[in-house]
Design a protein around this ligand. Structure first.
Ligand SMILES: *Cc1c(COP(=O)(O)O)cnc(C)c1O
Ligand SMILES: [Zn+2]
Length: 390
């Protein structure tokens, strides 16, 4: 059988709060509705003609193998550095140590610019190119800035990156190498967001802040598709995810629902666990009833800088995934993260980023509390490369 490229089935964007629809043929950010306020927009696809598993482009060893379920309409606009289709590793020495049936690590450090941010930014920059954008701007805790800079370089676009001053040097240097303009701000990513708003008043630049731009989510959801395909269309029982803005968590959950609708999977969906830093854990605080909303939460810096997101824009969607999946959220200290980096490195030969390392103490705590069974299949996402932090 000749396998044809599946064209994008994207149909419209929809407000995640009230369901109002928006066109995919115009540049969009988030919804600002009368009833629901400011809410992320989410892409919907027309599945009436179906999309069969065997129409996945097997020759494409990147996230673009799922092109039918991605939002770029004309292939010529795809800006790719080979992101996605990352290794699925069996962490057999760690799982033996904790007496577990199956512990998996999906290693996102193999992505361009060394983090899974590549998936989201490849998608956002591709879609921005399709819609005629010439300059992109982003507030970032580190990795999103490097990824945006690289994809803008590849696309021939201008990039402006706004990053906390305390971020390790490597995160800043890579942006400059890629030709981006780097602006440093005292504070966290939320303060960088304020600086971005200020710059936009005088500079025509498209803001690709996570979840305020609709397509980074579509890039990150491909982790969900890959997990299913790499496990031969079964899913783990539990997925541990280091949660900052929550894009990957929301994205994987979206992918699982899309694959159910497509008929690609029939299994029960995993429980999703949001792992945060003890220094910045707004989602944990909400689940524990200590906070009503993240809006006025103040966090402090952490070694796991990707987790230093005090006011995630998609807070309702994150909470919804944890609720629907019967998951939970848990916070981990920087000291425990550093110990876990050594433990994972010495047992598995993987030097994972601090955000990814936080998942091990989280798993141990949940095993102790009986919230994860040793007989279950557990997947951890190593979201990035450790070397930039050293
Ligand atoms: C951005 C980032 C995270 C958090 O991702 P979200 O999808 O924003 O929650 C986790 N780990 C690393 C390495 C990151 O760069
Ligand atoms: Zn709305």
């Amino acid at each position: 059988m000749v396998v044809k490229e599946k064209k994008s089935l994207v149909a419209f964007l929809q407000c995640s709060g009230c369901g109002k629809t928006y066109s995919v043929n115009e540049l969009q950010t988030f919804a600002d509705c009368d009833q629901c306020g400011k809410s992320p927009l989410v892409a919907h696809y027309d599945l009436s003609d179906g999309f069969n598993k065997d129409e996945i482009n097997q020759k494409e060893r990147s996230m673009w193998r799922y092109q039918g379920m991605l939002p770029v309409l004309d292939e010529a606009n795809i800006v790719s550095l080979g992101e996605g289709w990352t290794p699925m590793l069996l962490a057999d020495r760690l799982s033996a140590k904790y007496g577990m049936r199956e512990l998996l690590i999906k290693d996102e450090s193999a992505n361009p610019t060394g983090s899974f941010k590549a998936r989201g930014l490849s998608m956002a920059v591709s879609k921005a190119k399709e819609l005629g954008v010439e300059c992109c701007i982003v507030p970032t805790a580190g990795n999103a800035g490097g990824a945006l800079s690289a994809y803008c370089a590849k696309a021939g676009m201008r990039a402006i990156v706004v990053m906390p001053r305390h971020t390790p040097e490597a995160f800043k240097k890579e942006c400059r190498y890629f030709g981006a303009e780097l602006i440093e701000v005292d504070g966290l990513i939320s303060d960088c967001g304020k600086k971005v708003a200020e710059i936009k008043l005088t500079t025509a630049c498209f803001d690709v802040s996570t979840m305020k731009e609709p397509y980074r989510l579509e890039g990150k959801k491909t982790m969900g598709y890959e997990i299913a395909e790499q496990l031969n269309w079964r899913l783990p029982d539990v997925i541990l995810y280091p949660t900052g803005g929550g894009t990957g968590l929301i994205g994987m959950w979206k992918a699982f629902h899309e694959m159910k609708e497509l008929g690609w999977i029939t299994s029960r969906l995993p429980r999703m666990v949001a792992v945060q830093s003890a220094n910045c854990n707004p989602i944990v605080q909400i689940l524990e009833g200590k906070l009503d909303t993240v809006k006025n939460y103040k966090g402090s810096p952490t070694f796991a800088n990707g987790l230093a997101v005090p006011t995630p824009f998609a807070e309702k969607m994150i909470l919804n995934v944890l609720h629907e999946s019967k998951g939970t959220a848990i916070a981990i200290s920087d000291d425990a993260i550093k110990d876990a980096m050594k433990e994972i490195a010495s047992l598995e030969g993987l030097l994972v980023c601090p955000e990814g390392a936080a998942l091990l103490p989280a798993m141990k705590a949940l095993l102790d509390k009986g919230k994860i069974e040793r007989s279950e299949s557990v997947l951890m996402l190593n979201t990035g490369l450790a070397y930039k932090y050293l």
